[in-house]
Design a protein around this ligand. Structure first.
Ligand SMILES: Nc1ncnc2c1ncn2[C@@H]1O[C@H](COP(=O)(O)OP(=O)(O)OP(=O)(O)O)[C@@H](O)[C@H]1O
Ligand SMILES: [Mg+2]
Length: 494
């Protein structure tokens, strides 16, 4: 249908059809998303052309197949499975890039061969392509099981106008989305100067953390990083080193959890030849190897009382003795430690030396959990998509909403795992809601905090599951409402 013909045909449009076109054209001036445009459009179409069923099917060019995006029908019993519609009719519209109209399809030899048409007793079909960048992007299809006189040429013209308008609106929505996404990225670039190296985030929690990191990096103070698992303590330790005067010298780290004491000791302090079976030569420990640099002891709460004493000597006298040796060696190392446990509680219980605790706790920094800085989720998600896929994969609006709603007990590490899974599940260029699969138990299985931490996390999780309803939360946990209120108060929960 060319422009000149449009003018001729336009006279044939009814008042209803004009009204619908006006309404659809107004959508063009609103900032809405594709799915809303399509939904509104289907509502109008079903009203105006009196079809029993209208669907919008998206054409996936690479796979040469149609996906049902939205459907609308007067008769709620109608099944909206796409196979109900003749794939052959969809195909014809796509190939011709032109609207098609069939009356009495049961007796049309070219069409009745399609099984679905026969089974469903479809009598009339209208199909109109939606064109984007000169290619068919989707098809609006309306059908009726009765012989509909209303499926007229004038309806075809009407649908053609609609398809042009919707195509424009969809292009506009696409551009709007890109602008929004660019905006988030630009905002982040501006903020990048104030956040710590490699640490993504624009929330107040991240800005405060970054300020502390910058401040403490300039000093040579011992730092204790506190925070739940997966919040970014390793990253923070690294950032402190990178921003400090020691940055040209080594940054070494040792994880202290679940490592036999003797092995940990020889790793940290090194050993003299013959100190134990297998010690065939003298070996420098990690503390010595990080001389003039920074040494990060991760999960400090797990080290034995004997090693705690040796570590105290490093902090007090800046000296070490290799295992099996007598020679005292001077070292110049800045110590950073981290834990997700409640150290004062362990001190009280006699499991952690109080003097060591005070030595380590010179400058404590709390890394906030992700649920306290949900504003960072869009940026973090995009960062991980880019980092893990290396591609420009978009994050759908509903996928993002799902991420923002969750309480993330496993923090940023868990978010990263969820994104990784989503990238595996999604084979298009956009991560949608159904690709976001959150394993509720993944953090609880290897929970290594204190019982108190566990109680807090469980309570928050249940509270979220019950939409903040305290009596339902109490009932599900088998405790009194008073207990829940008391715990929340202790946690400063508002
Ligand atoms: N702000 C951030 N920006 C980008 N990536 C982050 C950020 N925080 C953490 N990550 C990433 O999340 C993962 C977990 O962080 P990290 O290992 O530092 O956590 P952690 O607090 O040390 O956890 P654990 O207590 O289990 O050792 C890492 O892959 C890290 O790179
Ligand atoms: Mg860590």
């Amino acid at each position: 249908m060319d422009i000149l013909n449009n003018f001729v045909y336009i006279k044939n449009l009814t008042k209803n059809q004009f009204e619908a076109l006006l309404a659809i054209s107004q959508i063009l001036n609103r900032d809405v998303y594709e799915d809303e445009i399509i939904k509104e459009m289907l509502d109008w179409v079903i009203n105006v052309i009196n079809a029993e069923r209208v669907v919008f099917a998206k054409y996936e060019k690479e796979k040469d197949e149609f996906i049902l995006i939205a459907a609308n029908n007067v008769n709620k019993n109608v099944n909206n499975n796409l196979t109900d519609f003749s794939a052959g009719i969809l195909k014809q519209v796509t190939v011709k890039k032109q609207p098609v109209l069939f009356h009495d399809v049961q007796n049309d030899e070219g069409i009745s061969q399609f099984v679905s048409v026969l089974i469903k007793q479809i009598r009339s079909v209208i199909g109109v392509p939606l064109i984007k960048n000169d290619e068919v992007w989707g098809v609006i299809l309306a059908d009726s099981q009765s012989d509909r006189r209303e499926f007229t040429d004038s309806n075809l013209i009407f649908l053609n106008f609609i398809s042009n308008l919707v195509s424009l609106a969809i292009e506009r929505a696409g551009r709007l989305r890109i602008l929004e996404e660019d905006n988030i990225l630009l905002k982040h670039r501006v903020e990048e100067f104030v956040t710590a190296p490699d640490m993504i985030g624009i929330s107040k929690g991240m800005k405060d953390l970054s300020k502390l990191i910058h401040r403490v990096a300039a000093s040579d103070a011992t730092v204790l990083l506190l925070g739940e698992s997966g919040t970014g303590k390793d990253l923070a330790a690294n950032a402190i080193h990178k921003l400090s005067l020691r940055r040209e010298n080594p940054f070494l780290a040792q994880f202290c959890g679940s490592i036999p004491d003797s092995l940990l000791e020889s790793e940290l302090f090194g050993y003299k030849k013959g100190a134990f079976t297998g010690a065939s030569a003298d070996k420098k420990g990690l503390l010595e190897a990080s001389n003039n640099g920074t040494f990060f002891l991760d999960e400090i709460a797990d080290i034995s009382v004997a090693l705690q004493a040796k570590l105290l000597r490093v902090l007090e006298n800046k000296e070490i003795i290799r295992v099996g040796d007598t020679q005292v060696r001077k070292i110049n190392v800045r110590i950073i430690t981290a834990t997700n446990k409640d150290l004062p509680q362990l001190v009280k219980a006699g499991a952690f030396r109080e003097d060591l605790f005070y030595r380590l706790n010179v400058f404590p920094i709390r890394v906030p959990p992700l649920r306290e800085r949900k504003e960072d989720i869009p940026l973090l998600a995009k960062h991980f998509i880019q980092k893990l896929s290396g591609k420009e994969i978009k994050l759908g609006r509903f996928a993002l909403i799902k991420l923002e709603k969750y309480h993330w007990p496993g923090n940023i590490r868990q978010l990263m795992n969820v994104i990784q899974r989503a990238l595996i599940l999604c084979d298009g260029d956009r991560i949608e809601e159904e690709h976001i699969i959150i394993e509720e138990n993944e953090n609880n299985l290897n929970f290594n905090g204190t019982i108190d931490d566990f109680v807090k996390q469980l309570l928050l999780k249940r509270l979220e599951e019950h939409n903040g309803n305290r009596s339902q939360t109490a009932e599900s946990l088998g405790v009194s409402v008073r207990w829940v209120q008391l715990k929340l108060k202790q946690m400063d929960y508002k």
